[in-house]
Design a protein around this ligand. Structure first.
Ligand code: ADP
Ligand code: MG
Length: 700
C-alpha cells in the first residue's frame, strides 16, 4: 500500500484515529511530518555488545532474554524496585527499575528484549547493572508484529514516544511507509540548490536517515552527521532561511517619510550629554545604529550586551540624533521600577540638552498621565519613557520616529508591533541583556540586524561567584557581615515563583525580619518586592541607592536595571530555582563599581543534575555569551527565549545548537539563490506554508 506524503496520519496503516490524535498533539499531522521527524537516537542491534564484555560506565545496547524478574519492596516507604536478570550466550546482567510495577507484565521471563542504558556498579558497588534503562520487547510479546527484521539485526531508529505511540510502533509504521513510498515524492529544495548542496536525493535520504545502511557509523548517526541526516536538516533550514530572507526583503522596501541626518551641531550636542568615554564596542554599536537611522528604510536592530555593558547611553545618544532631527523617541521598559529608573537616569543625562523626557506608567495619577499624553500628542515632549502604558489606545505621538525597547524578551511581539504602529515607520532598536548565541540571533531574530557590546566599561572586575549549601549558611552570613561593616551594601534575593507567590512572599518577608532581628541587628535591612506599590518600592530603592539601607532583601524585582555601584554582595537564596540567564542577570546587579564584588549561590541539599550544571556554569564564567551557550545546551532552544511567540522557530528535523553550521550554510544558500533571481513559482513552492510550518509570528 502506498501513501503519499500528504496523507493524513489517521489513514496511514497502523495508526488510526486515536494514535493520530496523539501524534497531532506533537504537531505531527501528515505522513511527511512523521518522516521528517528524525529518531532521537539509533541503536546498534547489528552488533549488540555481548553481556560478558560490558564495562562499568559504558552506554550500550544489549540483546538478551529475560531469565527472571520480580519486584521487591525497600525500606523507604512507597518505593519499589523491579529487577530483571537478562542473559545472552555470553553471560547475564541485572536491570533495575524504580517504581514501575507494570513491568511485571512487560519484562516477563523468556521474552527477548533489547536494553539500552549505562551500566554501572549500582549503589551497592556489587555486580554490573542497568538502572532504569530504555527497553524494548523484541519477541514473545502479545503485541508482537511478527516481522523482527525491522527491530533486530540492524541499526534501528529509536523515536520519541508520543502518547500511545511507542518507539517500537513508530519504527514499524515508518518502516512500512518508507517501503510504500511513491517513486516521486517531490523536493522543497529547488533544483539548482539541490545540485549544489543537496547531496542525496530526498527519497534515499529519508530511507537512510530512518534505517541506516549496515556499517554506518553509530557515532555519526547519533551526532546527526551522516549525509542522509544532513540532507534533511539542510532542507528544513533552507526553507526556513528562504522565508526569513523574503520577509526581510519585504521590510527592506519600506520607506520612512522623513530623513535623518547627522551634522556637527548634532555631534556637539551628543558630546555635551556624554559623561564618560565610550568603549570601543559602544562606539561601534552607536555607529551601526546611527548609520541605520540615516538610511531610507526603518531600522530593525537588536542591541545585545551583557548587564552593565552600557547599552543605555548608546541608545540615548541615538535617540538624541532622532530628536535633533525633529522626531520623538520612546523607551519602553518591562517593569515600572525599571521605567522609573530609566526615566531618572535619562533625565539626568539629558540635563545639558534642550530635551526633557516624560514618564508614562500604568500606575501614575490620572492627571499626570493626561498631562503626559497631551505633551506627547502636541509634540512638546520629545522623549517618552514608560512601560506598556506607552502602547495604550489613548497614547498618541506627534512624530514618533524612534522606538527603543529594553529587555526585549519580556515583551510580546504584539506589543512591539503596536508601538511601532504609533509611529511613522519608526526606527526600532530592541535591547537585550540576555546575550543570545549568534546562531539563535541569526535564526530566531532573522529579520533583525544585530549589534553587540561585549566589552565592559573600564575598571570592572569579574564578580567572584561560589556555591554554598545550607550547612555553610553561617559562614556566608559572616562573610556578608564583613563586607557590609566595611561600608559596602548587598542584596539577598529570594525567588518568587508565580504559582506560590504568597508563600514565597511570606518567606522573603520572614527572611528580612529574621536577618534584622537575629543575624544582623546592627545593620539596616530593607525589603522590596513586587507587591509593594511603585511609590513604596521607589522609596526603598532610593534609600538603598542613597546608602541608607545596607542589605536589601528582594524578590526578583531587582533583576533588571537597578544600578547601585556600592553594592558588592549578592546572596541568592534557593539559587537552584532560577534559570541560568536569570542568575547571570541577578549577579549583574553587583560589580558595577571599582570594588571587587561577590556572589553566593545558596542552594538546597538535594540538587538535580540540571540544577547543579546551571549553578556550576554561573560560578565558572562571567561571560554572558558563554552563559547563553550553556543555557542553550542545558535547556534546549525551545526554552531559551520562552514561548513560541518569542520568535524561535519550531524546528522538526534540525536542532539550532547541534546543527548550527548547517543553519549558517542554509542561510547563505538561501540568500545566494534569491540573488540569482529564480522564477517566482519556484520560490513560492519552496516557502509554501512557511509561517504555519515554523509557528513564527512576525517580529514587527
Ligand atoms: P546596561 O547595558 O546593563 O543597560 P547601563 O547602560 O545601565 O548598562 O550601564 C551600566 C553602568 O555603566 C552605568 O552606571 C553607566 O553609567 C556606566 N557606563 C556605561 N558606559 C560607560 C563607559 N563607557 N565608561 C564608564 N561607565 C560607563
Ligand atoms: Mg539596562
Amino acid at each position: 500500500m502506498t501513501h503519499d506524503l500528504r496523507t493524513p496520519l489517521q489513514f496511514v496503516k497502523g495508526i488510526g484515529p486515536r494514535r493520530a490524535a496523539d501524534l497531532a498533539g506533537a504537531d505531527l499531522h501528515v505522513l511527511e511530518d512523521l518522516l521528517l521527524r528524525l529518531p532521537r537516537r539509533y541503536d546498534d542491534r547489528e552488533h549488540a555488545r555481548p553481556i560478558a564484555e560490558l564495562r562499568a560506565g559504558d552506554a550500550v545496547a544489549i540483546l538478551g532474554t529475560v531469565l527472571s524478574a520480580g519486584e521487591r519492596r525497600t525500606q523507604r516507604r512507597g518505593f519499589r524496585i523491579f529487577e530483571a536478570m537478562i542473559g545472552d550466550a555470553s553471560g547475564q546482567v541485572r536491570a533495575v527499575f524504580f517504581n514501575q510495577s507494570f513491568l511485571a507484565d512487560v519484562l516477563a521471563p523468556r521474552r527477548q528484549v533489547a536494553l539500552f542504558g549505562t551500566v554501572d556498579r549500582g549503589r551497592t558497588g556489587g555486580g554490573l547493572q542497568f538502572t532504569n534503562p530504555d527497553y524494548e520487547v523484541l519477541a514473545g510479546d502479545a503485541a508482537d508484529d511478527g516481522d523482527q527484521r525491522v527491530h533486530i539485526g540492524r541499526i534501528v531508529p529509536i523515536y520519541e514516544r508520543v502518547g500511545s505511540v511507542t518507539p517500537k510502533m513508530a519504527r514499524r509504521i515508518v518502516h512500512t511507509c518508507l517501503e510504500g513510498l511513491p517513486g516521486d515524492i517531490g523536493d522543497p529544495l529547488p533544483p539548482a540548490v539541490r545540485r549544489r548542496h543537496g547531496g542525496l536525493d530526498r527519497r534515499t535520504a529519508l530511507l537512510r536517515a530512518h534505517f541506516p545502511e549496515s556499517g554506518t557509523s553509530l557515532d555519526d548517526l547519533n551526532l546527526y552527521r551522516t549525509p542522509a541526516q544532513r540532507r534533511l536538516i539542510f532542507e528544513e533550514f533552507f526553507v526556513f532561511q528562504l522565508g526569513l530572507a523574503l520577509k526581510r526583503r519585504e521590510t527592506d522596501t519600506l520607506r520612512k517619510p522623513h530623513a535623518i541626518a547627522v551634522d556637527d551641531r548634532i555631534r556637539r550636542a551628543a558630546l555635551d550629554v556624554l559623561p564618560f568615554r565610550l568603549t570601543g564596542d559602544q562606539r561601534q554599536a552607536l555607529r551601526e545604529i546611527v548609520e541605520d537611522l540615516q538610511r531610507p528604510r526603518p531600522m530593525n536592530r537588536l542591541l545585545q550586551g551583557d548587564v552593565g555593558s552600557g547599552k543605555t547611553i548608546v541608545a540615548l545618544l541615538a535617540a538624541l540624533v532622532a530628536m535633533e532631527n525633529g522626531l520623538q523617541a520612546a523607551v519602553m521598559s518591562p517593569t515600572e521600577l525599571l521605567a522609573e529608573q530609566h526615566f531618572l537616569n535619562i533625565a539626568r543625562l539629558l540635563e545639558p540638552s534642550r530635551f526633557e523626557p516624560v514618564l508614562l506608567t500604568g500606575t501614575m495619577g490620572a492627571k499626570d498621565r493626561r498631562d503626559a499624553w497631551e505633551r506627547l500628542a502636541e509634540g512638546d515632549a520629545q522623549l517618552a519613557v514608560g512601560t506598556h502604558a506607552l502602547v495604550q489606545e489613548a497614547v498618541r505621538f506627534k512624530q514618533l520616529g524612534f522606538v527603543i525597547i529594553d529587555e526585549q524578551h519580556r515583551f510580546g511581539v504584539i506589543q512591539r508591533a503596536t508601538l511601532r504602529r504609533k509611529g511613522i515607520q519608526p526606527d526600532v532598536l530592541v535591547m537585550t541583556a540576555t546575550p543570545i548565541p549568534r546562531t539563535l540571533a541569526l535564526t530566531a531574530y532573522g529579520d533583525l540586524d544585530v549589534s553587540v557590546i561585549r566589552e565592559l566599561p573600564p575598571g570592572r572586575q569579574p564578580v567572584a561567584t561560589r556555591l554554598a549549601g545550607e550547612r555553610q549558611r553561617a559562614d556566608v552570613y559572616r562573610f556578608v557581615q564583613r563586607e557590609l561593616r566595611a561600608g559596602r551594601q548587598g542584596y539577598v534575593v529570594y525567588p518568587l515563583v508565580e504559582e506560590s507567590e504568597k508563600v514565597d512572599l511570606k518567606a522573603a518577608t520572614e527572611m528580612a525580619r529574621q536577618l534584622q532581628t537575629e543575624v544582623f541587628p546592627d545593620l539596616r535591612i530593607g525589603l522590596v518586592h513586587g507587591r509593594l506599590g511603585p511609590a513604596d518600592r521607589e522609596g526603598i530603592m532610593r534609600a538603598f541607592a542613597a546608602g541608607d539601607i545596607d542589605l536589601l532583601v528582594a524578590t526578583t524585582v531587582v533583576e533588571v536595571g537597578v544600578d547601585v555601584s556600592n553594592a558588592t554582595v549578592m546572596l541568592i537564596e534557593h539559587a537552584e530555582r532560577f534559570g541560568l540567564a536569570q542568575l547571570h542577570q541577578l549577579r549583574g546587579r553587583v560589580g558595577r563599581g571599582a570594588q571587587r564584588a561577590h556572589c553566593v549561590l545558596l542552594h538546597g541539599d538535594e540538587l538535580s543534575a540540571a540544577a547543579r550544571a546551571r549553578l556550576a556554569a554561573v560560578a565558572e564564567t562571567t561571560d554572558g555569551f558563554e552563559i547563553a551557550e550553556r543555557d542553550l545546551e542545558i535547556r534546549g532552544p525551545g526554552d531559551f527565549v520562552g514561548t513560541r511567540q518569542s520568535g524561535v522557530p519550531a524546528l522538526r528535523t534540525g536542532d539550532l545548537l547541534r546543527d548550527h553550521r548547517v543553519m549558517e550554510d542554509a542561510r547563505k544558500a538561501a540568500r545566494d539563490w534569491l540573488g540569482e533571481k529564480p522564477p517566482r513559482a519556484e520560490v513560492d513552492a519552496a516557502v509554501a506554508g512557511w509561517s504555519e510550518r515554523f509557528h513564527l509570528v512576525g517580529v514587527g
